[in-house]
Write a protein that binds this ligand. Structure first.
Ligand code: IVH
Length: 682
């Protein structure tokens, strides 16, 4: 009996199919930059093939996709042999698997040997090796197939956070390994401007990083927002003999290399699981994509003793989180109406599990986005949920478009009130032309905004209840909320007496508000919380804002012509002006604010620069709040800069600030300052 005779026909067929499919998807991903399936879906096919090959070793083939770790090296770049292979990682997805891995480490090392681990985020980027000779960056290479990568030195040298020369006591030759990636905020910004220019946006940050590093013209790479976390030692010559992974990374940092501040040393499984839980909670706030946690045996000596099997080290493991990308099918597109009448197309999806939740909707933003994606109803799409909660459609799998796919047209009439839908001038956003008084959707959204946390902050008044109040004609504008009676509330379906009393109490207490909250709550287009605060501080009362003309509005810090125009238009509507009066009559109060001259503002004369990722504030809000306190916010660091706020991912601007001896603060420090100054202002 020959070896193949023992293998069932169905298994043989499956292996051929899996290998074909995997090769196809590898090509789509690495060469064409147009993946048809999500990484997790690819991994599932890969794992299935791996399992079959493990069961039937006769099926071994050197050309099987399981035999290569990464993409094949491309022809355009010079090939580089890695002195030590760049390994891949085994994975665990449950605490039990992690416990088993720890136990295997213990068993191999022998009883009683103390064993500690490091935990660090598994960055979803591109693995690279950097060679420094006498402190000088002489080579940067991709992982390639693990043994042979590509020389991408010219491209890597354009990345600001990668030092061209190391500082301090550096070995004569050292290989530093790590991950190059694109921070999420920069990714979004890059894509927004790519779309605005009519260029193709990046499918996801990882794809974007890989594509950026493969550019033959390094000027293109230089324009991409790449950065790097260094996470392991590829090898070194000289006397330096680090003891542990932790020591390696601490030393890297002293040489000027960027390392992940989220690294922690842990003693056992419980600590490790605790770290994993904490990191997963922070996942959306990290500012970069991760797909899990890498757990490594801390001692380098023990790492060496454990060694590696088939291109995977025994001393490290990846604990994987739920994938943030998956494919789904667009079953329908609905059009939602926002509080300013803006029409947002929303894709109704075949329910799909992404990033730990089942997703059924994804925002499509506007019609331009639909055109850019070339999306049809019935299309298979790649969806992503990362950083933010609203899932997005990243791309359409055009190669799988069904024959009966239908194009998506903007409706002529508002689905809520039937008024015409129009696009003004160059605006990408289409809007319902009905007034807020007329269109129930706008009214509901306006009310939801009015009671939201940063506005009137009314507890116990959720979206469903607002829908009910409007549908039952109990409330048509925000002032009506304050005249609701207990009987009216109790008459509503699913409203108990206790909830009605609670709601009345929270409405009552929200009546005492502040001018910035009131201005924000009105829901003027383009006026967010920071602009509202700026207007309040500049004008001191609501009446001067209602009366203000374009010229005086543009005197307010951070208010430009577009915002000014929007405010004037808003208050030119009789119903908006009368709303202010009605609120007042309903007993809503807001103390006047003492008007402070621009030059007397607490941060007058100061220039601030924001760099890196801000984890709590959006960059825009941080900027507006600083401006409202009188500061200028600049895009680059110079001798005139007063303070640089540096978040994770800060690169050349932070370096420049340090060189110039400019004060550097963290986001937490910025927040404390904003809060204390804003309060002393009010
Ligand atoms: S350690 C053998 N640490 O994950 C050690 N890898 O699937 C492997 N990765 O090729 C590298 N973050 O591209 C390590 N903190 C981290 C990592 C990390 C991301 C990537 C890296 C590696 C792949 C393994």
């Amino acid at each position: 009996m020959t070896a193949t005779e023992a293998i069932p026909e169905s298994v043989l067929g499956r292996v051929v199919l899996l290998r074909d499919q995997l090769n196809h998807h590898l090509h789509r991903y690495h060469v064409l930059d147009a993946p048809e399936i999500a990484d997790a879906e690819y991994d599932a096919l890969f794992d299935e093939l791996l399992a079959i090959e493990a069961e039937y070793p006769q099926l071994y083939s050197e050309s099987s996709p399981t035999q290569r770790v990464g993409a094949p090296a491309l022809d355009q770049f010079e090939k580089v042999q890695h002195a030590r292979p760049m390994l891949s990682l085994d994975k665990a997805t449950t605490p039990e698997e992690l416990a088993q891995w720890m136990q295997r480490c213990r068993n191999r090392l022998g009883d009683g040997e103390p064993l500690t681990f490091t935990c660090e985020p598994k960055i979803d980027g591109v693995a690279v090796a950097l060679i420094y000779e006498h402190g000088e960056l002489t080579l940067a290479a991709t992982r390639g197939d693990g043994n042979e990568g590509e020389n991408i030195s010219a491209n890597v040298k354009t990345i600001g956070s990668i030092p061209l020369r190391l500082t301090g006591d550096v070995p004569p030759r050292v290989e530093v390994r790590g991950e190059i990636y694109i921070p999420l905020e920069q990714f979004e910004r890059f894509n927004a401007s790519a779309v605005a220019r009519g260029d193709k946006p990046m499918v996801n940050p990882r794809n974007g990083a890989a594509g950026s590093l493969r550019q033959l013209d390094s000027k293109i790479t230089a324009a991409r927002p790449l950065t790097m976390f260094c996470y392991s030692l590829g090898g070194s010559e000289g006397d330096w003999q680090p003891e542990s992974q932790q020591e390696v990374l601490e030393t890297f940092a002293t040489w000027g290399l960027r390392t992940n501040p989220a690294l922690e040393a842990v003693a056992d499984l419980d600590d490790c699981l605790d770290y994993i839980g904490r990191l997963e909670q922070r996942r959306d706030a990290l500012g970069y994509e991760i797909d899990g946690v890498v757990i490594k045996v801390n001692s380098l000596h023990q790492q060496q003793a454990l060694g590696a099997v088939t291109r995977k080290p025994r001393w490290a493991i990846a604990y994987k989180f739920a994938a943030q990308e998956a494919t789904s099918v667009v079953e329908q597109v609905d059009f939602q109406v926002g509080r300013t009448g803006a029409i947002t197309p929303v894709a109704r999806l075949q329910p799909t599990f992404v990033g730990g939740v089942t997703v059924t909707n994804a925002t499509l933003h506007n019609m331009d986005e639909i055109a850019r994606l070339d999306l049809h109803i019935g299309d298979r799409v790649m969806i992503r949920r990362a950083g933010d909660v609203i899932p997005q459609v990243a791309s359409v799998v055009l190669s799988q478009r069904p024959g009966d796919a239908r194009p998506i047209d903007l409706p002529h009439c508002c689905p809520a009130c039937g008024s015409a839908i129009a696009r003004e001038g160059e605006e990408v956003v289409a809007r319902c032309t009905g007034s807020r008084d007329f269109c129930p959707a706008q009214r509901k959204e306006g009310l939801k905004h009015f009671v939201s946390r940063l506005a009137f902050d009314v507890d116990g008044l959720g979206d469903k209840l607002i829908d009910q109040l409007v549908d039952n004609a109990l409330v048509s504008n925000p002032a009506d909320l304050f005249t609701l009676s207990r009987d009216q509330l109790v008459s509503l379906e699913r409203m108990g007496e206790k909830s009605a009393d609670n709601l009345l109490a929270s409405l009552e207490s929200s009546k005492h508000t502040t001018l910035p909250r009131l201005v924000y709550a009105l829901g003027i287009r383009e006026v967010g919380e920071a602009t509202a605060a700026g207007l309040a501080r500049y004008f001191g009362g609501i009446e001067p804002i209602v009366q203000a003309d374009l010229m005086s509005l543009e005197q307010v810090p951070d208010v430009g012509p577009v915002v000014a125009q929007s405010i004037v238009e808003f208050f030119s509507q009789e119903d908006q002006r009368s709303l202010v009066t009605k609120l007042h009559e309903a007993g809503v109060t807001w103390p006047a604010i003492e008007v402070v001259a621009q030059e007397k503002l607490p941060l007058a004369g100061q220039t601030w620069v924001l760099t890196g990722t801000l984890e709590t504030l959006s960059r825009n809000v941080a900027k507006q709040r600083l401006v409202a306190l009188g500061a200028k916010v600049a895009g680059s660091v110079s001798a005139k800069t007063t303070v640089v706020v540096a978040g994770p991912g800060a690169g050349s601007k932070l370096e420049k600030a340090q060189t110039l001896g400019i004060e550097v603060r963290t986001e937490a420090e910025l927040l404390t300052l904003l809060e204390s100054r804003e309060n002393s202002e009010q």
